[in-house]
Design a protein around this ligand. Structure first.
Ligand code: WTA
Length: 634
């Protein structure tokens, strides 16, 4: 059995083997493709009722030895990271494996000098610059647990995440460039840290040259420390189940969920899926446009590619700056072979004149990928025809922060694509569809998407809240991991993800929980209560629509949306802003007081003729009221 799946026949064989003898299947992959300090004694153990999952127990390793040290023998001078800056006039930076190794070791030594030890949490709040990847790897080098927070989150959101994992140190910068904007990260960090007494030190990377105020007892530039640090830093020996990182994702309450991933299993699965979904071979240049602040960047900009000795592009900017041809210019410039992006970006770019695409040579591309949300047929066809020249395979990859790696997708050139379908699971991924009454559905069906067997890179817990982990993922359907998504299976066994069935809304590929947004809206002095739902949006996939109950009859409508959006930007970040606000006198609720979002979603979509059963509502009359209010306000 080989790590690289090269035919449909092999895929089928591997699926069978991974199902009939998962221990043997993963043993061989883990043993033959990675460097371990000590072999494991138990391939896996699990009990979903606790839930507890362990992979490669007894094994010892350091993931950075697998990402870096082992490549020094055969590819020291090969480029590991191509950094493409925001400004197209600035030179791209090529960092080879030897340089990257040294920079990671220096950074790791600086962390140690600042008192960071194995098991400590380090919060990384950086723009998409090489130091972001280096900081991540430096943490892993010394066994510190990294918690990267996307640099678009507000100070309140950052503080919540720092407090939740009790981070000892924050790595940030004087700012960052994004399109024509300059991010003022240091000010955001300063504000966040007013509520984070546990943070002992802030290390600052210089990026924009902006004036920043340092607090001498806490803040320091990292450059002089890196210069004097040794580039020799022995890797900390980690147990396979030692935590590697925490990454926050939205949930159904205001508190984000710190998904905790461990070392051995995450390494094996992120590397295995990278190799196969991108069919990466030596000499390729792979580019994922995500931010390392999301799981896609963790698994498929940093770990997956480096574990495979790949060349991975990191882009600091945005697809629209200085114009909408930027992505295609970068593909041409670096001869990108694999290009992985989000449907939102594809939809936005598809709206632009084709001259932005056609003025670039995209013939280097051999695999295209999408991630983060369902891709609609039209966007898929545009991607296929105009970027892929009608022939380059597109892999539509379904997975989650919680799953650590790609779970369902067509292996390019091996599993036939079916637009809007993620298609088939990876070997070892046992997908089941469940009906509302918890029955497993056979054959073609629609139901809740669950996985009923562990895989190496699944999150092990929610940091500091194992009971929430159990409640969220292992309680809806006994003996299964519940994804929160709905799916359809066709008669060929292909899966189509239909979207979230919980209170998470995906806007431009970003997961947003309704609860924290509603909490922010409710801070508005004129608003008594609110409910947020998603509605179709041509580019973003979904946009946010808020139903609000005013405190007084004579609510001033003008300025309300912008007033609410200021609060949302403050509490969460601009990504969670509302597109629309609807003023109503009440919200439909179940007898237990839960807002019936299903009905609000239909109302927001204008589908008021098909509201379904509203008889179980506590206040069915409010539905009519809302509809007539909206009609009046049109
Ligand atoms: C959605 C991103 C349809 C899904 C890697 C999932 C998708 C959530 C796809 C996880 C896809 C991701 N097709 N939906 N190819 N990929 N999703 O945690 O609802 O940011 O549950 O991880 O995004 O988002 P997250």
């Amino acid at each position: 059995m080989s790590y690289h799946i090269q035919s449909y026949q092999q895929y089928q064989k591997d699926c069978l083997q991974a199902k009939s003898d998962p221990g043997q299947f993963w043993d061989v992959i883990a043993r033959d493709n990675f460097v371990w300090r000590k072999p494991w004694h138990t391939t896996f153990e699990f009990d979903f009722s606790i839930p507890e999952v362990k992979w490669f127990e007894g094994g010892q390793l350091n993931i950075t030895e697998n990402c870096l040290d082992r490549h020094l023998a055969d590819r020291a001078l090969q480029t590991a990271i191509i950094f493409e800056p925001n400004n197209p006039q600035s030179e791209a930076e090529h960092i080879n494996y030897l340089d990257l190794h040294q920079r990671v070791c220096r950074f790791a030594n600086v962390l140690k000098d600042n008192g960071v030890v194995k098991g400590d949490r380090v919060c990384i709040y950086l723009p998409m610059i090489p130091e972001l990847a280096i900081a991540v790897l430096a943490c892993a080098r010394i066994g510190a647990i990294h918690s990267v927070v996307f640099a678009g989150f507000s100070s309140t959101a950052l503080a919540t995440r720092i407090v939740d994992c009790n981070a000892k140190l924050v790595v940030t910068s004087d700012g960052g460039f994004r399109g024509d904007k300059i991010l003022d990260l240091k000010t955001i960090v300063d504000k966040a840290l007013e509520d984070c007494a546990m943070v002992e030190a802030v290390l600052l990377v210089r990026r924009t040259g902006n004036q920043v105020v340092l607090r001498p007892d806490r803040d320091a530039w990292i450059e002089p420390q890196l210069e004097s640090a040794s580039h020799d830093c022995p890797a900390e020996v980690m147990e396979s189940e030692d935590p590697l990182f925490i990454l926050y994702t939205s949930g159904s309450t205001g508190q984000p969920k710190g998904m905790m991933h461990t070392t051995g299993g995450y390494m094996v699965y992120s590397a295995y899926t990278f190799k196969n979904y991108f069919q990466y071979t030596d000499g390729n240049v792979y580019w994922c446009t995500a931010d390392i602040g999301w799981i896609t960047g963790h698994s498929y900009i940093v770990y997956g590619p480096l574990l495979n000795g790949a060349t991975t592009v990191m882009f600091e900017g945005v697809p629209s700056y200085p114009d909408f041809g930027r992505f295609w210019e970068i593909v041409e410039k670096h001869k990108v072979t694999q290009f992985y992006t989000a449907p939102t970006a594809i939809r936005a770019l598809a709206k632009q004149p084709l001259s932005f695409v056609n003025s670039h040579d995209l013939s280097s591309l051999k695999v295209l990928g999408t991630v983060g949300e369902p891709i609609n047929e039209e966007a898929w066809q545009w991607y296929h025809e105009h970027i892929g020249g009608g022939t380059t395979p597109i892999t539509d990859t379904w997975w989650q922060t919680e799953t650590g790696g790609i779970m369902i997708a067509n292996l390019p050139g091996i599993i036939a694509a079916k637009p809007t379908f993620a298609t088939k699971p990876m070997p070892g991924i046992q997908v089941v569809l469940k009906s509302e009454d918890s029955q497993s559905l056979d054959g073609p069906a629609e139901g809740s998407l669950c996985i009923d067997f562990p895989w190496p890179s699944m999150a092990r817990t929610i940091w500091g809240n194992h009971s929430r982990f159990k409640e969220t993922y292992f309680s809806a359907f006994q003996g299964c991991y519940f994804t929160g998504d709905g799916a359809i299976r066709d008669d060929q066994g292909n899966y189509r993800i239909t979207g979230r069935v919980d209170d998470v809304i995906i806007v431009s590929g970003h997961n947003l929980g309704t609860a924290p947004i509603e909490d922010a809206i409710n801070e508005h002095p004129e608003i008594a209560e609110s409910a947020v739902v998603g509605r179709h949006h041509d580019i973003k996939g979904q946009s946010l629509c808020g139903f609000v109950i005013p405190k007084h009859q004579n609510l001033e409508v003008s300025g309300l949306l912008s007033g609410v959006n200021v609060l949302i930007s403050d509490q969460i970040g601009p990504i969670a802003k509302l597109d629309q606000i609807l003023i109503v006198s009440g919200l439909p609720k179940t007898r237990s007081g839960k807002i019936m979002r299903r009905i609000l979603r239909k109302i927001a979509a204008g589908e008021t003729d098909h509201l379904g059963d509203i008889s179980t509502l506590l206040n069915p009359e409010v539905v009519e009221e809302i509809i007539s209010q909206l009609n009046q306000s049109k």
